[in-house]
Design a protein around this ligand. Structure first.
Ligand code: PEP
Ligand code: MG
Length: 863
């Protein structure tokens, strides 16, 4: 009984869990699928050892196995029209072998002449030399002493130089004794000798010591006019289209030839056969496969097949959707198979790797928002916007990247038109990444980036304002910057299969909803496409940064008295009503959680001297009654040492109730207008940075104290309803839980809140006392010592979880129907989803581009 495993079309002698290595397994699977695999056999590792330890016994087994191949190929090993063999390593792991494949075993002094008759001298002797070269290389891998190695090298060099029959024979003559003489005359000796060399090479490394060897018949795509070689993928590996993608090379030995033609142009019979094989293989492995084939004198042979690790996410999804439609896989299989993070590849442009090959490359940094972006860098929002307009007018490339140490709310307008943002301060939950994610832009942070006046220094490379850079921020790898201009592959949502996949995911979503963080109609529409069940966070402060509004907002916050402030607010109120009208209309029937203003007021003021100068000039032009001195004085007063813990959120509402009053009125007026139009608006008013129940009570129910009358949200709703003379709309009032005090006070806060939304960005910041913007100054030191295993602004930390759980429990004790959501950046991180269910939350709210990822993570958890 042979210990070698034979394979050929429709048969293999493999038994149980025999270790035949990855290559052998690929061949055997083709055999077992009844595909026309070039026949051969696998010598398992113990057989390889036997060839060295007991050559006589091994030779018998080799003769037996070669005999089987001869029968299928109807050729003789060592005969007239000789069967030739190929020997390759079949490693136990799917790794690249360091040993050369040895082709054309069986070419000897005698057979080479016979082959030359059929194929011409050039080919026959060229391949004979190639065989000897591969044998010499394999001998070198096996480890040899100095003198022996020199001999082998000298022979190898001589053969490399020889190009004709005569020079090849001369080179052999000159070094004939370097290899055993039987090697030139006896095909079986050749085969045994090569396996022995492989055995010696395997023992050199623990990764190869258990490798097997595969022996396979050679077939020739260059035999005649009816011959070719080629490869194909069973689906298109970039677009995922259900078509064969590949090439064939007429009259060529393999696919390294330069005469490639699209696979679809191959002769129709072969095209049909390859198509059928592709489908069968794909159905078996339930994924895209790669196939190598040879057509020898019109007979089609498969040589190898394998998995395709570098297919695009789109290709993976579309192939699985096709497989599901063919009933090969279930919907659950589809959900299980796709890694959530890979979806971001579909939503963002991806880098064409070939386009950056020659560019200087700088790896590392913090991934802020996934994707790839190319553009000219600008170091201020103003310079970017100016350059953008100029480029637009001149019809030039408008791709730009905003590069700044950190960004502020006033820079959002530049981020909106840029491709990406590069910053040096802060991290994942800082302004630039948060805004970039919400707008579908690319962002990364490089703490070592140095900003000089008009120059950015990146790892020693100087980049001038206006120079191109290319940023690649993959989901599962470190970000990379290339100095220069690469090119991108732009995704098409409609062609990607993602929306179809989202419908399948929706069937497994269970009872945790995904809402969207959205404040622009465009984002709300995208969120609906992804089946978002509402808006969970509309950050209203983002709405005031539009060029047409920012100055009015500034005049409002700098106003000397309530009367002036109210007058300007009345004007802004019209814009806000339109904003809310649009959002509520797009999200008709679904909850829209509108967070009232939450930002330290001074963030709205110009950040540098030039900006301030322009603003003062504009104020004068607009005749708003604010002098230069008043502007400077009031701006100065507004500066805070620690703005994140300063005058923001509900605190602004307590000091300037007219601001929330304007926003609240705008919400209800938009709501009632829609109601009269037959729509079903569901506004949810959310109050940020609450620390105790009394603050919330005032804002919700109102309060009169001498001189100050804070109208409650409920009062305003009643007023607006009376004006519209309409049945009440369904609305709710709730709060963010983003301070530890609020979490611990949650039972009493719940008396005034219909819902809680956990703002885990601020909650992490305030629980751990680490600033979301400054934390990268020490994060790398902490990770080095294993003191913080994950980025706390991405992965929920234990004490934050404890606070969330406590607040959820206490809140629901008072109000069992309390709706609970989470709208911090943590909601889009698949690692947090288990906890979200465990804590009993009803939804997570994430940026529109994070919705598919969060939904898939939830669906996977529900499998
Ligand atoms: C939060 O703090 O988690 C949150 C969502 O609010 P913001 O990021 O706007 O502070
Ligand atoms: Mg917050």
């Amino acid at each position: 009984m042979s210990m070698f495993i034979s394979f050929g079309t429709g048969r293999s002698t493999v038994k149980g869990d025999q270790a035949i290595g990855s290559r052998g397994e690929r061949a055997v699977s083709l055999a077992e699928l009844d595909m026309p695999i070039c026949p051969g056999f696998v010598i398992p590792n113990e057989g390889v050892k036997l060839c060295a330890a007991d050559p006589r016994k091994a030779a018998q087994q080799l003769r037996h196995s070669v005999g089987e191949v001869e029968q299928v190929m109807r050729k003789d090993f060592g005969g007239e029209a000789p069967l030739l063999l190929k020997v390759v390593e079949s490693p136990m792991l799917n790794v690249q072998s360091s040993l050369p494949s040895v082709h054309h075993i069986g070419l000897t002094e005698t057979t080479v002449a016979a082959v030359a008759e059929m194929t011409g001298e050039k080919f026959a002797y060229g391949e004979y030399a190639f065989l000897l070269r591969s044998i010499l290389q394999a001998a070198l891998v096996g480890g040899t002493d100095g003198e022996r190695a020199r001999e082998l090298h000298a022979y190898l060099e001589a053969l490399k130089k020889a190009k004709t029959k005569n020079t090849i024979l001369k080179a052999i003559e000159g070094h004939r004794d370097v290899l055993p003489v039987e090697l030139y005359t006896d095909p079986y000796f050749q085969l045994l000798y090569v396996v022995q060399l492989f055995n010696a090479a395997f023992t050199q490394s623990p990764t190869t010591e258990d490798s097997a060897v595969q022996v396979q018949a050679m077939v020739y795509g260059n035999l005649d006019k009816r011959s070719s070689a080629g490869y194909l993928y069973t689906h298109h590996i970039v677009t995922g289209a259900d078509e064969l993608q590949g090439e064939f090379f007429p009259i060529s030995f393999d696919e390294t030839a330069s005469n490639g033609k699209p696979i679809n142009q191959i002769e129709p019979n072969h095209r049909k056969a390859l198509g059928a094989m592709a489908r069968k293989l794909e159905d078996h492995f339930r994924e895209i496969r790669w196939i190598r084939f040879v057509i020898e004198a019109d007979t089609l042979w498969l040589v190898d097949q394998a998995s395709v690790p570098n297919k695009s996410a789109q290709a993976e999804i579309r192939t699985l959707l096709d497989l599901q439609k063919r009933d090969v896989v279930t919907k659950d299989y589809l959900i299980e198979k796709i890694k959530p993070g890979r979806l971001s590849e579909i939503l963002h442009p991806t880098l064409d790797a070939t386009s950056v090959k020659t560019l200087p490359t700088i790896s590392g940094g913090i991934a802020g928002a996934v994707g790839a972006a190319i553009g000219r860098v600008f170091f201020t929002a103003e310079s970017l916007i100016t350059a953008y307009r100029q480029a637009q007018q001149a019809g030039e490339d408008t791709s730009m990247i905003l590069a700044m140490p950190s960004t502020f709310a006033g820079d959002v307008k530049a981020i909106e038109i840029a491709q990406g943002v590069l910053s040096s301060e802060g991290g994942y939950a800082s302004h630039a990444p948060v805004v970039a994610r919400s707008l579908g832009k690319v962002a990364m942070v490089r703490p070592d980036a140095v900003f000089r006046k008009k120059t950015l220094v990146l790892d020693g490379h100087e980049v001038q304002e206006g120079d191109y850079i290319t940023m690649n921020v993959p989901y599962y790898d470190d970000p990379v910057i290339y100095i220069g201009q690469g090119s991108l592959t732009k995704p098409s949502l409609e062609d990607s299969g993602l929306l179809e996949f989202m419908d399948i995911i929706q069937e497994r979503i269970g009872d945790i909803d995904v809402h969207a963080n959205a404040d622009q109609p465009r984002d709300a529409s995208l969120a609906r496409k992804f089946n978002a069940m509402g808006i969970g966070l509309c950050r209203t402060e983002h709405m005031f940064f539009a060029e047409s509004r920012i100055n009015r907002f500034r005049y409002m916050i700098l106003a000397d008295d309530t009367e002036m402030r109210t007058r300007i607010l009345d004007d802004l109120h019209k814009d806000q009503t339109e904003d809310f009208y649009e959002l509520l209309k797009i999200m008709d029937g679904l909850p829209v959680t509108i967070r009232l203003l939450d930002a330290p007021l001074h963030e709205f003021l110009p950040h540098d001297e030039d900006g301030m100068k322009d603003f003062i000039a504009q104020a004068k032009k607009d005749g708003v009654g604010l002098t230069r001195a008043a502007i400077l004085e009031r701006s100065q007063l507004m500066r805070e040492f620690n703005p994140m813990l300063g005058h923001r959120g509900i605190r602004v509402a307590i000091s300037y109730p007219e601001i929330y009053r304007m926003q609240t009125r705008a919400i209800f007026e938009a709501g009632y207008k829609l109601k009269l139009e037959g729509k079903d608006p569901k506004p949810e008013i959310m109050i940020p940075l609450v620390m105790n129940p009394n603050e919330l009570k005032v804002v919700r129910n109102g309060k009169k104290i001498e001189g100050k009358h804070i109208l409650g949200i409920r009062d305003i709703e009643e007023q607006v309803r009376a004006k519209f003379a309409c049945d009440p709309i369904k609305y709710s009032v709730g709060t963010m839980i983003e301070l530890p005090a609020a979490a611990l006070n949650s039972s009493s806060i719940a008396r005034y809140a219909d819902f809680f939304s956990f703002g885990t960005n601020d909650l992490t910041q305030t629980t751990y006392g680490i600033s979301r913007d400054d934390f990268n100054t020490f994060f790398s030191d902490y990770t080095e010592l294993d003191l913080l295993p994950n980025n706390p602004f991405k992965v929920l930390q234990p004490q934050v979880k404890e606070l969330v759980k406590t607040a959820a429990l206490r809140g629901r004790m008072v109000r069992p129907d309390l709706t609970l959501g989470l709208c911090g950046e943590h909601g889009a991180e698949p690692q947090n989803i288990d906890f979200i269910r465990e804590a009993g939350l009803n939804y997570v709210s994430v940026s529109p581009y994070g919705i598919p990822i969060a939904k898939l993570a939830i669906a996977q958890m529900n499998l």
